[in-house]
Design a protein around this ligand. Structure first.
Ligand SMILES: [Zn+2]
Ligand SMILES: [Zn+2]
Length: 291
């Protein structure tokens, strides 16, 4: 067993795209493992989150987008454009579901004037060459210079191309659930992981959240309930997977008055034997610390 540490920094921890005064940021997660700095999802605030975590944007080695809900990729283009203006010189692969290439092409089109201007006028390297988009596959793991990244299609209707990711290096394993309803296969996919970061919701909190949006019908409520995981189920999956630690992330609700860390702890209490981290923006979780 290696004593080399990996870490996960939760840059954005709320579920869903809306932000309000006092709310957490939409989803983005930084993984530092095996010498690689990898960003998983790029919700609004990802770039500022990296800066606050003390990680230069130019240190990025790869970006993974788990699925095409805006809370997971709204800032992908702005983040990489900002890395470029911060002095990025090496190529960054972007791995995402089918359709990610359209977002990328339209982002380049939207910023064409500025990109051409800065390339000519400031002598910057060609931005188009710096980012290479390819698809996540649940059949072929990606080898990121010794970090093996495998994907499993999760359960996030109506989106079909939505993935959980498993990162392995130096005998350590980190699993990110992505957005998903509870699925027994997650316990196998995460089996024995040093850390599982799993999305979580509080059933009671969802009703308050939906009431506040004031929509005319119950489609938002139905979407949330069928495509996300109650915290109790997450704890049971962590127990079945025998993971060494669990982090709750993509929290629904987030920033709701009366919902505190204790509310989340109460929801998972007695269901999972290991340590539980309740996500908040900027939380750093060290992985593979030897006792
Ligand atoms: Zn989401
Ligand atoms: Zn989603």
């Amino acid at each position: 067993m290696s004593g080399i540490q990996s870490s996960v920094t939760l840059l954005g921890t709320k579920g869903g795209p809306a932000i309000r005064p006092g709310s957490a940021r939409p989803t983005s997660t930084l993984i530092e493992m095996g010498g690689q700095t990898m960003l998983v999802d790029a919700g609004l605030g990802a770039a500022i989150g990296m800066a606050e975590a003390g990680v230069p944007l130019t240190d990025l080695d790869a970006v993974f987008i788990t699925h095409l809900h805006s809370d997971h990729y709204l800032e992908l283009g702005p983040l990489l454009h900002t890395a470029w203006t911060a002095g990025l010189r090496h190529q960054i692969p972007i791995f995402g579901p089918p359709g990610i290439e359209h977002y990328w092409q339209f982002f380049l089109n939207a910023m064409a004037y500025d990109i051409a201007l800065r390339t000519e006028d400031e002598g910057r390297p060609d931005f188009h060459d710096l980012c290479v988009v390819s698809h996540i596959s649940d059949e072929r793991p990606i080898d990121m210079q010794g970090v093996l990244v495998s994907a499993m299609r999760n359960d996030h209707p109506p989106i079909e191309d939505s993935f959980a990711l498993r990162f392995e290096a130096n005998g350590q394993t980190i699993v990110l659930s992505g957005d998903t309803a509870p699925m027994p296969a997650m316990a196998e996919f995460a089996q024995g992981a040093d850390l599982m970061v799993h999305e979580a919701m509080l059933r009671d909190g969802v009703q308050d959240l939906v009431d506040r949006m004031g929509y005319a019908d119950d489609r938002l409520m139905a979407h949330i309930l069928r495509s996300h995981s109650p915290a109790e189920d997450v704890a049971r999956i962590a127990q079945a997977a025998q993971v060494r630690a669990l982090a709750l992330n993509h929290l629904i609700p987030s920033g709701e008055p009366g919902v505190t860390e204790e509310t989340w702890r109460a929801a998972v209490s007695g269901l999972y034997d290991g340590p539980v981290h309740i996500g908040h923006d900027g939380l750093v979780i060290e992985v593979g610390e030897q006792p």
